[in-house]
Design a protein around this ligand. Structure first.
Ligand code: SF4
Length: 318
């Protein structure tokens, strides 16, 4: 049986990033406002190592902000602080997330040298018009170029996307997913766009210039995207934002499809479709649905939604 995977997350707020995308307030998203110092980083790693079972694969991940936008001295300080954990074999490597236009050969050379095994690029959309409206400051060509470069250096590539950005449509989000696969990503994360205080999007929302997706729409779009990525062999590492304290309390969240169990809602909807198809194929309602054990909660559904919807269906673990 393959070993399970755990990531040790270290969040860097947007102080690392010189840009300001219309939807971004990284303090709200990551729940912190200052860059951690090296001691904070070591403490986070030690704390996680003490609780993750030793037989799990582990990787240290610098999330949030944009890692390669940091001055190289700070970047190196972080990477050097965690090298001992890699060199001793306690973790298998490091992963970072960054912007596609802050990746070049010399940066990649240095990251590879310091055991970075996976780079996740924030593509967000692969439609130039949407990227422009979001103030991303880069285009589709930058994502394509950076993706090719990361892969050329033998570093695994992840491409993150968002749904419901200004100008986005269901078709455009699927086009983005297709290009993510074409550009060679081994993994992705899908984030529905939220309207948070302190962003340009909040202003647009207040003035009626931007309307976020409803929760139902976001679940529906993401269901199709998830199905597509599974078919293409692109691992979906995350569906929906990590529910920080602030997002849970709704303090800075103005509008948008936030749900603490967003992934469960999407997978519930996927199973709902599968069950409906099986009922249609067998032309009866009292069918038995065979479910892999790790999927049983999704098949039964969030808050037993599918069990309630299909009262005659029997769920059987494979
Ligand atoms: S690139 Fe990322 S961190 Fe920087 S402003 Fe945009 S979303 Fe925020």
């Amino acid at each position: 049986m393959s070993k399970q995977y755990r990531v040790i997350p270290i969040f860097l707020p947007m102080l690392a990033c010189p840009h300001r995308c219309v939807y971004c307030n990284q303090y709200v998203i990551s729940g912190q406002q200052r860059l951690p110092d090296v001691e904070d980083v070591r403490n986070t790693v030690e704390r996680n190592l003490s609780t993750i079972p030793s037989d799990f694969h582990k990787r240290i991940a610098f999330f949030g902000g944009s890692f390669t936008c940091l001055p190289s001295a700070i970047r190196d300080r972080y990477l050097d602080a965690v090298q001992p954990y890699v060199l001793s074999g306690q973790v298998e490597g490091i992963q970072i997330s960054t912007r596609p236009d802050y990746v070049d050969e010399s940066v990649l050379q240095s990251l590879k040298h310091k055991n970075v095994k996976l780079i996740e690029l924030g593509a967000q959309s692969l439609d130039d018009e949407i990227l422009k409206r979001c103030g991303r400051g880069h285009g589709v060509a930058d994502v394509e170029r950076a993706s090719a470069l990361v892969r050329r250096f033998g570093i695994a590539l992840g491409l993150q996307m968002m749904v419901g950005l200004p100008g986005d449509t269901r078709e455009k989000s699927m086009h983005t997913a297709k290009l993510i696969s074409e550009f060679g990503a081994c993994c992705t994360r899908i984030y529905p766009t939220l309207v948070v205080e302190g962003t340009a999007l909040a202003e647009d929302f207040r003035k009626g210039r931007y309307l976020p997706l409803s929760l139902e729409e976001a679940v529906d779009w993401c269901k199709d995207l998830y199905r597509f990525f599974v078919k293409e062999g692109v691992a979906v590492l995350r569906l929906g934002l990590h529910p920080t304290e602030d997002l849970r309390n709704g303090g800075n969240l103005l509008a948008g499809p936030f749900h603490v169990s967003f992934k469960e809602l999407v997978l519930t909807a996927l199973w709902r479709d599968r069950i409906s198809s099986q009922i249609a194929a067998e032309q009866r309602e009292d069918i038995t649905v065979v479910v892999p054990s790790q999927e049983i909660n999704y098949a039964v559904g969030y808050a037993s939604a599918n069990r309630k919807r299909f009262p005659h269906v029997k769920f059987q673990q494979a």
